[in-house]
Design a binder for this molecule. Structure first.
Ligand code: GDP
Ligand code: MG
Length: 671
């Protein structure tokens, strides 16, 4: 209805303004504006020709626009910003009032006021749901685009880098193998030799990962939390942090169960294996045997004509450690590992803890891009701004590129090992993602807790689960890695009858809310290398909640195992005592019927369990009430002897019946 192509007296600016008004109108919210827009141009055009030169019409028109604005305002009850634009607002499932205002180019205070008008009191930092946000946005003349919750994560990871941006990066190595085969010793030895080489400036700090230089000059990054738990936990979260697995096999022990497990893990992850045959300094070392045993797992080492690189080492004497590093570098060159350093950083959390002085501290392996101080980061359900980066030598650094392990200070809470880290453009995005993930976590936990019944089959299985005795626990530990290992170990020790239920596990000291959660479910709180805060101790005393402390995982697991064994109902074992034949039934006043018997086999004891058997059918099962020899009560009667017996609450015995006597012993079971 409006010919916008015709230039008018007020020129471009006025035209733009009117376009906006019409846009508002087109949203369908402002019928009035629509009318206004339709009539306004004609009015103006009419006036144009008459008073072009005087300029008085300008005032006139200003007034009319202003009055139009006032009318709109009156209707909406909010102050309209000067340059009102109808925007398309992207709405996630929840959004803070401030962020919603930003996206609409409105003032937060106006949105707060509008909410207040609807009887909802919110601060600008409060979260509102998408429905409320949509109402507000539409009220203010914007259109909305609702996005699914998971869209929040869209584009966070896995955007491919152009090939020309890729540059070589150091390999990331995890050492795996059977317990006591020397993983820790080897990691320490490698770090130590590099320290001796003068590479590290002084004391090396333990941050969960470190970087050394191979004798060939290349850098190698070792993940310093050996073991399968860390490796699998990371893989379970979709993080692939490791490029090469060094499989440690002790030359004096050979391939053991966890060696095989490590091989399987590495295979499943598609990561090449380098075999380090350790402890060759030992007298009974037999590296040949190790090579042979590995063949059973389809690992054919080079010296046997295969493809798998191998080296004989001693973590104790340091023999061949340089050779191991060389081999690792050669293997990594074959892999042609590359990453784009010139982009926002992505990485994986290797370890995270709450540090008394420094707050949440996360060791992160940067995998792509470069992480810098001041970056806004998200990992799992935590976010923050990088306050400081600390390298594996304990020094502060300004940035960290691909394959570099760094400690990050600045997280608002400790993320979990295996969480993937991303740098995002602003705090709002970081919060949105973190909140979405927190919610998801909570929903998952809630979903696990609720018992849904659908279909008989599921009901049956739930009855079975319901019949299972569960030991509820709250577990707090110093680092995520141990907490995870503890939870995994505990979940393994249950059976059909008993099991643990971990209500909550996390990093940090035992807090009051942990204790309250535990007391609500009659759970115990386990602290691994952490202690309870004062308020928590008070709460524990108040609620009678038990807090147990441990510093060795095995102790903890053993302790819980024995507790759970106590929850197992004891096994009933029946022991046959003897048989007696009823010869005659006597009726005795006040006592009732007494069977005169001959013990034919074994022994009959007072208080023992008895079965009355007639024609090979058990017709009664109960307890022996009296056992008499002549007139005397006796504790037991042996085979070949006659006696009188009566049953508890049973009278219908007959001559010819057999009485079987047995004893029940309860045997404590253990897991
Ligand atoms: P992990 O359980 O795989 O981490 O094994 P550790 O590194 O804790 O080592 C287990 C034991 O083996 C320790 O007592 C070490 O001192 C010993 N050990 C490790 N490497 C060597 C080695 O090369 N030679 C000898 N003789 N002993 C070693
Ligand atoms: Mg170890």
């Amino acid at each position: 209805t409006v010919d916008l192509s015709k230039p008018d007296f007020h020129g471009k600016e006025a035209l733009e303004r009117r376009k906006n008004e019409i846009r508002v109108a087109n949203v369908g919210l402002e019928i009035d504006a629509h009318d206004d827009a339709r009539t306004a141009p004609t009015k103006e055009r009419g006036r144009l020709t008459i008073t072009t030169a005087t300029g008085s019409s300008g005032e006139d028109r200003t007034r009319s626009v202003a009055s139009y604005r006032r009318r709109v305002q009156r209707m909406k009850g909010v102050q309209e910003p000067k340059e009102k634009l109808a925007r398309e607002v992207t709405l996630p499932e929840t959004i803070t009032v401030q962020e919603l205002a930003n996206r609409m180019s409105e003032r937060a205070i106006d949105v707060v006021r509008l909410l207040m008008k609807q009887g909802v009191m919110k601060k600008s930092t409060d979260l509102i749901d998408a429905d409320t946000a949509q109402l507000l946005a539409e009220e203010l003349g914007h259109t909305v685009r609702r996005v699914a919750e998971s869209d929040v994560e869209e584009g966070l990871f896995d955007e491919a880098d152009p090939v020309e941006s890729l540059q070589p990066r150091p390999p990331v190595i995890t050492i795996m193998g059977h317990v006591d085969h020397g993983k820790t010793s080897l990691l320490d030895a490698i770090r130590h030799t590099s320290v001796q080489r003068g590479e590290a400036g002084g004391i090396t700090q333990h941050i969960g990962a470190y970087q050394v230089t191979s004798p060939l000059g290349g850098k190698l990054t070792f993940i310093d939390t050996p073991g399968h738990a860390a490796f699998t936990a990371m893989r379970a979260r979709g993080a692939k942090a490791t490029d090469i697995v060094v499989l440690v096999v002790a030359a004096d022990d050979g391939v053991m169960p966890q060696t095989a497990e490590a091989i399987n893990h590495a295979r499943a992850a598609g990561v090449p294996i380098i075999v380090a045959i350790n402890k060759i300094d030992k007298e009974d070392a037999n590296p040949g045997k190790v090579r042979g045993e590995l063949l059973q797992y389809e690992i054919q080492v080079e010296s046997l004509g295969g493809e798998t690189l191998e080296v004989e080492v001693s973590a104790k004497t340091g023999e061949n450690l340089d050779k191991l590093l060389e081999i690792i570098q050669l293997q990594s060159e074959i892999l042609e590992l590359k990453a784009n350093p010139d982009r926002t950083a992505e990485g994986t959390v290797i370890e995270a803890k709450l540090d008394r002085g420094r707050g949440p501290v996360a060791t992160v392996l940067v995998q792509r891009g470069t992480l810098r101080q001041g970056d806004i980061i998200v990992a799992g359900s935590e976010w923050g701004r990088v306050r400081a980066l600390v390298d594996d030598k304990g020094g502060n650094v300004a940035e960290a590129g691909p394959s570099t392990p760094v400690e990050i200070l600045g997280f608002n809470g400790a993320p979990e090992a295996g969480d993937r880290l991303a740098v995002v453009e602003n705090e709002a995005r970081a919060r949105e993602i973190a909140e979405y993930r927190t919610r998801q976590k909570r929903e998952k936990a809630a979903a696990r807790a609720t018992v849904r019944v659908s279909g008989l089959e599921e009901m049956m299985s739930q009855i079975k689960v319901a019949g299972r005795k569960e030991l509820p626990l709250v577990i707090k530990g110093d680092v995520q890695g141990s907490v995870e290992a503890i939870v995994q170990a505990l979940e393994k020790i249950g059976n059909d009858e008993v099991g643990v239920r971990v209500l909550l596990s996390g990093v940090g000291g035992v807090t009051e809310s942990d204790v309250i959660l535990a007391s609500a479910s009659n759970a115990a709180v386990l602290g691994f290398n952490v202690r309870a805060l004062k308020e928590a101790r008070d709460a524990a005393e108040r609620t009678g909640t038990e807090i147990r402390y441990y510093n060795i995982i095995y102790d903890l697991v053993d302790d819980i195992k024995s507790t759970m064994s106590g929850m197992l109902s004891p096994e009933r074992r029946e022991e046959f005592l003897g048989n007696a034949q009823i010869l005659e039934i006597f009726s005795v006043t006040k006592v009732g019927k007494i069977a005169g018997c001959l013990v034919t086999e074994g022994v009959v004891q007072k208080g023992a369990g008895v079965r009355l058997i007639r024609d090979n059918v058990v017709i009664h099962e109960g307890k022996l009430a009296t056992l008499k020899r002549f007139k005397d009560d006796v504790p037991e009667v042996r085979a070949g002897t006659e006696c009188g017996m009566s049953f508890e609450n049973y009278q219908d015995m007959r001559a010819g019946d057999v009485i079987e006597c047995y004893r029940v012993t309860e045997v404590k079971r253990s897991l």
